[in-house]
Structures are given as C-alpha cells and as structure tokens.
Design a protein. Structure first.
Length: 256
C-alpha cells in the first residue's frame, strides 16, 4: 500500500499564510481599521470630523457650561458615528465594546450621575445587534420600510430616556447601511434621512435649551449633514500614506 504523501510547502503558500496571519493580527489590533489600506480614506476623514466635534462638545460640557454654542457644534458628532456603524461591513460586537459600556455605567454610578439614559456605547451595541435583523431584504421593500421608519421615528424620543439617542440610533444605522449596500434605493434613503432630521431637530433643542437662532442653525446644519451622508461613499486618496498630516488623521480616523 502506498503511503499518502504529505503536501510540500511552497514559497507561495508560505507567503499566503504569512499574509493571512498578518491580516488577522492587524484585525485584532484595530477592529475599526478592517479593510483599510495605507492611504487615507473618506472614512478616515468622516471619523476625524466626528471625533473633532465630539471633543468640542465635551469641552463645552465640562469646562464652558454657560456657553451652549459648544454643545450645538457637538450635536453633529453622534449622528456621524451612528451612520458609520451602519455603513461598516462588520456587525461584530467586540468584548471591549461591551466592557466599555459597563465601565461607563459604573463611572456614572460612582460620580452620582444619572444611570439613564445608558451611554452611547450601549447605543452602538444596540445598533450592531439590530441591523442584521432589520435590514433583511424583505424589510427594506418600500411597503415595509415606510411603516418601520415611522414606528422607529415615533418611538425614538420615548426610548431616548432609556439609552442615548434611543431608536434614532437604529434609523441612523439603517441610513448608513442603505448608503453602502443599497445606494440605488433613493426613496428609502431619503425617507430615513427626513425621519432622522425631524426627530433630531425636534428633540435636541428641548434637551439643551437652544435659543431660536441656535435652533435654526441646528435645523440647517443637520439637514446639510444628512444630505452629505446620503452622498457619502468609501474612497481612497492617493499619495496620502506619507503625508505630514497622515498620522493625525489616521489617529482621529480609523484608530479612534
């Protein structure tokens, strides 16, 4: 009887295994950088914008409490983050995200802050859990998408008292999902964007006590932001891998 031969390793196979191992290691190091190459991308720029407005918002919250203009600028951060959650390919819920949400709950308890609504990390977990269910092709048909959008919009404000941004999180995630995976569904994208605008511009002025000028600017700014997000596409920018600003945008973008 002939003994089965053992496959012989080849340089090509070794290189493939090494590349696969390196890719897996990179994915472990940065969950949010999966599938991104060396060059800067439009996702990097959008995330950098989101984190910049988030920093401005937190500066206003902790250090300039009497000036609500800082908080107004910060209103454009969370919708971008939640849109990108839906725009992303992965729907993983990493343990560090769960532990981060739990940690922030304990921080709120230790500092005597209200435990409800639960922090934004819990909102992100909710979006990643819900999207695979609510973005099934049958649910995205026009006859089903309309009542789903209306229901989520109606429940967005009441649910805001339980988790930050309530069910608006899922609407924004759906918007991101459609813009990437079904960009030809113009009617669905427009419908969800209008629902997000209506909920956000109604509720945020009530929460932060914005004056009339701030309310108008919030409405216009949110409309411009949502319009831009509906046109957002993933793109790479050539010759940016070694640019002087690349480390900053990479840090604020894919590694934030």
């Amino acid at each position: 009887m002939t003994k089965p031969s053992t496959p012989t390793a080849t340089p090509q196979a070794d290189a493939a295994h090494a590349a696969a191992g390196e890719s897996a290691e990179q994915s472990k190091k940065s969950l949010f950088a999966r599938g991104l190459g060396r060059e800067l991308t439009s996702i990097d720029l959008l995330k950098a914008l989101a984190i910049t407005t988030m920093i401005i918002d937190h500066v206003g919250y902790y250090f300039i409490v009497d000036d609500s203009w800082w908080r107004l600028v910060g209103r454009f951060s969370a919708p971008i983050w939640l849109f990108l959650i839906g725009f992303a390919v992965t729907r993983d819920i990493p343990k560090r995200l769960v532990w981060g949400a739990i940690f922030l709950v304990f921080v709120d308890a230790a500092t005597m802050e209200p435990l409800l609504p639960i922090n934004i990390l819990a909102s992100i977990i909710m979006v990643r859990w819900a999207l695979p269910i609510i973005t099934k092709p049958s649910y995205l048909k026009p006859e089903n998408l309309l009542p789903i959008t209306v229901l989520l919009a109606c429940l967005a404000v009441p649910s805001w008292f339980s988790v930050e941004y309530g069910l608006l999180c899922i609407l924004l995630g759906m918007l991101g999902h459609l813009c990437r995976h079904d960009p030809t569904n113009k009617a669905g994208i427009a419908m969800i964007a209008v629902a997000c605008w209506a909920v956000y511009t109604f509720w945020q002025p009530l929460v932060f006590g914005f004056d009339t000028t701030q309310q108008i600017l919030l409405g216009i700014g949110t409309a411009v932001m949502l319009f831009g997000l509906t046109r957002f596409r993933k793109a790479s920018f050539a010759d940016t891998g070694q640019a002087w600003y690349e480390p900053f945008l990479r840090l604020f973008g894919r590694y934030s």
